[in-house]
Ligand binder design. Structure first.
Ligand SMILES: Cc1ncc(COP(=O)(O)O)c(C=O)c1O
Length: 402
């Protein structure tokens, strides 16, 4: 059947996407032509789900956990996750504060649908996970991006951008501590300042904590734990990263019960419930043997150290060492100048075609902000093994130096 024009709804023109998938597709075409590709573009993981989780899910299937379950998820997992997050956040959550979702990603759209009316303004990070911008605009909100500034040792929140944009029409703040793509993490002082901002402007907050447990030293801190913010926050939790379960699709919204009730009602309308037996695998993940998640973090740390070391040896590249996430966001302004490359796309294509190294650029993480002067790319090391890291970054170094 050939369709020449399809009368889709007007709102579809406001729907964004993850343009990083286009980078994957391009890398796959290049590989299919017989070239070696070094995949630093993937936010996915090439590590197996821990065996005890796999076994528990099989057991659940055999035990008949194959029908629908309650829209907010099965009670034992809601209880276990509430206990886990209460302990890590110092907030008293119970099962009624938890709605299980088919991934962390659906929490973004459901949070927006539950709390934003068309025309409301929403502050969100750019560079940041591109689904924020897409969902805000798709549902008729006004997207107000704020950025990060490069400091001595890490990126810091751009408070000037936050203060300059907030208005009486601003209703929501989306905040991703342990940030994709920059690896940025707020200091206690920064969190305090942000909490004051939230309370002063009476905002509701989505605390996207997808990378909470992917950390190599210290302890993760949450904006939701700050005085005055707890009752104003929904936490995005995901099983994807900590347990290498990206394809199982399980996450959760955790927050005040009245908001969680609305999100559960959206679940009824969208998918009825998250995948039933997967929830028993996740329960084993949370309450069972923790060797698997510890091993995942150990492997990721080894990769981080190798990547940071090698990237900083490349002429024209400078890269921080984030203590969390599996992303690096090196500054490549000098490299682009050295190689006479004017645009991100030219850099990405040249690197792929001349070295096989594939990565995303700043432009895959939301619209660029006025006045952005420096150029950055994102290296993900969650889907590439050590030998390929060493070989790929070695080739990139030789190309940069030539
Ligand atoms: C910042 C951030 N939030 C949410 C997600 C959603 O992950 P998932 O839907 O696999 O839980 C991701 C995935 O990469 C992410 O980077």
């Amino acid at each position: 059947m050939t369709v020449t024009s399809t009368p889709v709804a007007a709102r579809v023109s406001r729907l964004g996407t993850e343009t990083a998938f286009a980078v994957s597709a391009e890398a796959a075409v290049w590989q299919a032509q017989g070239h070696t590709v070094y995949p630093f573009h993937l936010g996915d993981m090439n590590l197996p789900t821990p065996e005890n989780i796999v076994e528990a899910a099989f057991r659940a299937i055999r035990d008949g956990k194959t029908g629908y379950c309650p829209p907010a998820g099965v009670m034992p997992l809601r209880e276990a996750l509430a206990a886990d997050i209460s302990a890590s956040h110092g907030i008293d959550y119970g099962p009624l504060n938890v709605a299980l979702e088919p991934g962390g990603k659906p929490v973004i759209g459901k949070f927006i649908l539950a709390l934003m009316d068309p025309g409301d303004e929403v502050l969100y990070p750019s560079p940041g996970y591109p689904i924020y911008e897409s969902q805000i605009e798709f549902h008729g909100g006004v997207a107000l991006p704020y950025g990060y500034v490069e400091g001595e040792k890490s990126f810091a929140l751009d408070f000037e951008a936050l203060e300059a944009q907030v208005s009486p029409r601003t209703r929501l703040l989306i905040f991703n501590n342990l940030q994709n793509p920059t690896g940025a993490e707020s200091s206690p002082a920064e969190l305090e300042r942000l909490a004051d901002f939230v309370v002063r402007h009476d905002l509701f907050v989505l605390c996207d904590e997808a990378y909470w447990d992917i950390r190599y030293s210290g302890a993760s801190r949450s904006l939701a734990s700050m005085p005055g913010v707890e009752t104003q926050s929904v936490i995005l939790y995901t099983f994807s990263k900590k347990f290498a379960m990206t394809g199982w699709r399980l996450g959760a919204a955790v927050g005040p019960a009245p908001i969680i009730d609305v999100i559960a009602k959206l679940n009824v309308n969208d998918e009825s419930c998250a995948n039933h037996f997967v929830q028993y695998g996740a329960l084993e993940g949370l309450t069972g043997d923790q060797t698997g998640p510890r091993e995942i973090v150990r492997i990721l740390k080894e990769r981080r150290d190798a990547c940071v070391g090698l990237l900083n040896q490349i002429p024209g590249v400078s890269c921080f060492t984030p203590e969390a996430t599996f992303y690096l966001f090196p500054n490549v302004s000098e490299l682009m100048a050295r190689k006479g490359l004017a645009t991100y796309d030219e850099l990405r294509r040249a690197a792929l075609e001349e070295t096989g190294v594939s990565f995303c650029t700043r432009l895959h993480f939301g619209r660029a902000l006025p006045g952005e002067k420096e150029s950055y790319v994102r290296f993900a090391y969650s889907g590439i093994s050590m030998p390929l890291i060493e070989e790929g970054l070695g080739r990139l170094k030789a190309w940069a130096a030539a």
